[in-house]
Design a protein around this ligand. Structure first.
Ligand code: NAG
Ligand code: NAG
Ligand code: NAG
Ligand code: NAG
Ligand code: NAG
Ligand code: NAG
Length: 437
């Protein structure tokens, strides 16, 4: 994964982008870049979109099959001025729909009397803890080579997923961001599209990311958690370990927040209802790529923290292990890699024959090969013993959280026309720290 785009490439992109994008002048009041997110409150859904002139923010909606648009909800609009040279202005609209019927399908459009979006639909999430949600997740789906996009668009519109998890790496400037957000509308306007920040978002202190997305909580989408089915899902920023110039306090604030959130999720009454704890963050703790990234080093910052800061910064591996995190999803490396259960650089199989049945440490999946301009990375020919399966095919991962004990994962290869190239069942009769022994 290329951490930094060389200045000349970035400039070339900038100067090309207007030609590509502005072939047709925008209609300033027309909504674009429509996307959904789940605010974490049962029966709710949040619609976010962009206009280039200030307008009202309205969603008109109705149950599929009944009268169209018989309900409407107003929201807020915020001015976002891109910090780049163009200082482009845009208006980000946010409307939260509440009181939705679980598992019911709604048809909606958004905008105002001076411009409406196309019509989209979504299914309100089933809020039962015995619901078995189906996810697709990936990172590093770039706008210049969104290799897996068509397949994901079709599968999403076919209703194969309840939620999409985007594990970081969205484009880093506002104009390219517009193209990207327009491309993902065909996915993100139909299912909640839950994100975490990646390194490309770092430009201007993640301002594009913070302004364009609307995740639960009060941290501008940087870190947050939510519940679905039998899972508690935590999204975090690994970037706080790398962009210290934006404030070391972000790293410590996130760490303290993670500790509190995990303690809460581990209260017996909470863990009984949501036994699975799943984390997602952009840069992995482990990987066997040959690109010198953080995860290729024994002393990964994300895993073990940093000792060159004052005070030293704690890493995440111990916290996640002590709090019994079951599954950790990562991206950044432009490859797919599944690990045997691992802690402290050591394999902790459930048993030799059934490593994922009652594993003795968290399970890590790295899925950063959805498509990106840097092409996929290469692997180190001699991986450590925790590396279980690797692929450089473009693709993405599917997950079904079947019930309190069973979780299924599979990897789809786009290069092989949608073939499933890897799959596992993670089976846990117990969750939490005590499950490791
Ligand atoms: C709409 O936005 C464009 C671009 O920012 C600006 O030039 C124009 O004056 C705006 N029009 C109105 C009516 O606000
Ligand atoms: C939600 O999911 C549960 C578990 O699968 C199911 O029993 C229930 O009927 C679903 N709720 C609705 C409204 O479909
Ligand atoms: C970067 O953004 C975060 C989140 O809004 C903020 O807390 C922090 O102070 C900002 N850092 C700088 C250097 O502006
Ligand atoms: C500090 O961190 C570096 C790697 O970032 C590591 O090589 C070194 O052993 C650490 N020192 C101590 C005292 O932990
Ligand atoms: C973990 O399990 C896998 C699959 O059975 C096996 O190939 C591997 O050798 C095991 N590793 C250790 C350290 O036991
Ligand atoms: C959970 O799902 C698995 C796989 O479908 C099934 O074998 C098991 O019986 C289920 N457990 C319960 C309690 O329903």
């Amino acid at each position: 994964a290329l951490t930094m785009v060389p200045a000349h490439t970035a400039c070339a992109l900038l100067s090309l982008a207007p030609l590509l994008v502005l072939g047709v002048p925008p209609i300033w009041t027309q909504p674009e870049q429509v996307h959904l997110s789940y605010p974490g409150v049962p029966g709710s859904m949040l619609v976010t979109w962009t206009t280039f002139n200030k307008t009202e923010s309205m969603v008109e909606y109705g149950l599929l099959g009944s009268r169209l648009f018989d309900m409407s909800t107003k929201g807020d609009v915020a001015l976002f001025v891109d910090s780049g040279v163009e200082k482009r202005k845009m208006f980000i609209h946010r409307v939260t729909l509440t009181g939705l019927k679980p598992a019911a399908t709604y048809v909606y459009h958004c905008g105002s009397d001076v411009g409406w979006s196309d019509m989209f639909s979504f299914t309100a999430l089933n809020d039962s803890s015995s619901f078995s949600p189906r996810f697709a997740f990936y990172g590093d789906l770039g706008n210049e080579n969104p290799q897996s996009l068509a397949r994901l668009q079709k599968e999403t519109q076919l209703g194969m997923y309840d939620v999409i998890l985007h594990i970081g790496e969205l484009p880093d400037n506002a104009r390219i961001g517009d193209v990207f957000m327009t491309q993902i509308q065909s996915i993100a306007a139909y299912v909640p599209y839950m994100t975490c920040p990646g390194n490309h978002e770092a430009t201007y202190n993640f301002s594009n990311y913070r302004n364009r997305f609307s995740m639960p909580g009060q941290t501008e989408s940087l870190w947050y958690s939510w519940n679905l089915g039998s899972a508690h899902i935590i999204s975090l920023s690994t970037e706080v370990y790398f962009y210290l110039e934006f404030g070391l306090e972000l790293l410590f604030n996130q760490y303290e927040w993670l500790k509190k959130d995990l303690e809460e999720a581990n209260k017996p009454e909470n863990r009984a209802v949501r036994p699975w704890i799943i984390t997602m963050g952009h840069r992995p703790m482990y990987c066997s790529d040959d690109d010198q990234d953080d995860c290729t080093k024994f002393h990964s910052y994300v895993r073990l923290g940093r000792n060159d800061t004052k005070p030293p910064a704690p890493g995440l591996e111990d916290l996640f292990y002590r709090c019994g995190v079951d599954l950790e999803l990562w991206a950044h490396e432009h490859t797919y890699e599944r690990l045997w259960p691992v802690y402290g650089d050591k394999v902790c199989n459930g048993s030799k024959d059934q490593p994922y049945v009652n594993p003795k440490a968290p399970v890590h999946i790295i899925t950063g090969s959805a498509g990106c301009r840097e092409k996929t990375d290469r692997f180190n020919p001699n991986p450590k013993e925790w590396s279980a399966f690797r692929s450089t095919d473009y693709g993405y991962t599917r997950m079904q959280l079947v019930n309190a004990t069973h979780l299924y994962l599979e990897q789809v290869s786009d290069d092989q026309y949608g073939k499933v190239i890897d799959s596992i069942w993670v089976v846990k009769e117990r969750h939490g720290f005590s499950a490791w022994s």
